[in-house]
Design a protein around this ligand. Structure first.
Ligand code: V47
Ligand code: SF4
Length: 397
């Protein structure tokens, strides 16, 4: 059954709650849902209902297309001046002997490791330390571009930039403009956590505020850069805090149009100061992706970060609004493995990613950071033995 028929079926269901029917009608009419309706979705929306709405929007925008990219990560340090309660990965300055702090040359060694690989993006993020300052990143961005000009640098978050620009006595706009001239191309979505101060104060009390995070993205957009946005969910926040978070992003997107992708990040509870907080279920993950797809009507893409939620959940998410499952990557990212993610050494080849997407009836496309098509894999066949590792879940629709 196609997605439109399913949505109409649902709207005609006499047993459907009146609020939920109204929201479904709005989705069919392509009308924006309100803050209160966002909360209603979280409070009353069952998985099947949310899946029908989110998949309708997903297929209307992208059909079966599912994007991924070929990237690698550099985490310049895991030492950090901040003390986020959910962070399993960082070490405080006083414990810096237990962590790592790279020099520009060490980062360039990682870049050179990929010289013969067809990667299109380097994703850089990590902790915040005084010596990795404006000059440090300027030198790295310049060296990276000198070595491999076409490699897209998706680098650092407002958490790092707020600290670096304050020390350098530069405005957000001037700091970003300077680093853009050194080679910075775009910004990943990290550091957003939950914007509302009631929660932010408890989980990330000493890093940049919501307003500072949003302003740095706004200035990046003003400079013509594209950026992503994340939301760390499933810990001590309530549903309305998630809606508040998405609402702030939706408003900035109305203003600038500079966001590409919204990435909900599931809180993982291993070895951090919030280990007593239970993780939410996979059902809640899927509900959350679906509500994000419905609420964020001005975001083109919803991404599931497979390294964090497992390959199987990433496959399932493609029926709940997600159209992007991030990149092929090496074990260079430690943020999730240290927090208890299923993937302890997250690495997936292009063949594996393609198989994963095809097994749930979707159409794999390798993209670059800006969603230009690099390779359409729909009709590319790989050897069977590479795909047998995964469950072949039922084809969607
Ligand atoms: O900001 C840290 C999160 C983020 C935990 O833009 C945790 O393409 C869950 O932003 N449980 C960094 N999450 C990663 C990130 C990202 C990832 C993939 C793609 C993109 C993109 C961005 O990781 C942090 C924080 O929100 N995080 N600790 C944890 N225990
Ligand atoms: Fe530092 Fe980022 Fe960890 Fe917070 S989440 S402690 S800013 S590395």
């Amino acid at each position: 059954m196609n997605a439109t028929i399913k949505l109409n079926f649902l709207i005609e269901d006499k047993n459907l709650d009146a609020d939920l029917r109204k929201i479904a009608q709005k989705v069919l009419a392509e009308e924006r849902i309100t803050f209160d309706e966002g909360v209603i979705l979280y409070e009353k929306g069952e998985l099947n209902y949310l899946g029908v709405l989110a998949n309708y929007i997903r297929e209307k925008r992208h059909g079966d297309i599912t994007y991924f990219n070929r990237n690698f990560h550099i985490e310049p340090t895991n030492v950090c001046v901040y003390d986020c309660k959910f962070c399993s990965y960082s070490r405080l300055i006083k414990q810096r002997d237990q962590g790592w702090e790279m020099e520009v040359e060490g980062m360039m060694d990682i870049v050179r490791k990929y010289d013969n690989e067809p990667v299109t993006e380097v994703h850089i993020t990590g902790g915040v330390v005084p010596k990795q300052n404006l000059e440090f990143y300027a030198e790295f961005f310049k060296s990276c571009k000198a070595h491999r000009p076409e490699l897209h640098i998706k680098g650092l978050t407002p958490v790092e930039y707020y600290y670096i620009f304050k020390k350098a006595k530069l405005s957000h706009y001037d700091g970003l403009k300077y680093l853009q001239s050194c080679g910075l191309d775009s910004m990943p979505g990290g550091g957003a956590e939950i914007f509302h101060p009631e929660i932010r104060q408890q989980i990330a009390h000493d890093k940049c505020t919501a307003e500072q995070w949003l302003d740095i993205h706004e200035q990046a957009h003003n400079l013509g850069m594209h950026t992503n946005a994340t939301m760390l969910y499933g810990h001590i926040e309530q549903f309305w805090h998630r809606v508040d978070h998405m609402e702030r992003l939706r408003q900035l997107q109305d203003k600038t149009g500079g966001f590409q992708t919204f990435i909900p990040l599931k809180f993982r509870n291993k070895e951090n100061q919030m280990s007593a907080v239970a993780e939410v279920s996979i059902i809640e993950d899927l509900r959350n992706y679906a509500i994000a797809r419905i609420y964020m009507d001005n975001f083109d893409h919803i991404k599931a970060y497979w390294a964090m939620i497992s390959r199987e959940t990433a496959q399932l998410s493609l029926a709940y609004g997600v159209d992007d499952i991030d990149g092929t990557l090496d074990d260079t990212t430690k943020i999730y493995s240290m927090a208890g993610a299923e993937e302890q050494t997250p690495a997936m080849s292009t063949k594996e990613l393609v198989a994963l997407i095809k097994h749930v009836g979707r159409h794999p496309i390798e993209r670059d950071t800006l969603y230009n098509v690099v390779t359409d894999y729909q009709d590319v066949a790989f050897e069977e033995d590479k795909v047998k590792k995964y469950y072949a879940l039922p084809v969607v629709n």
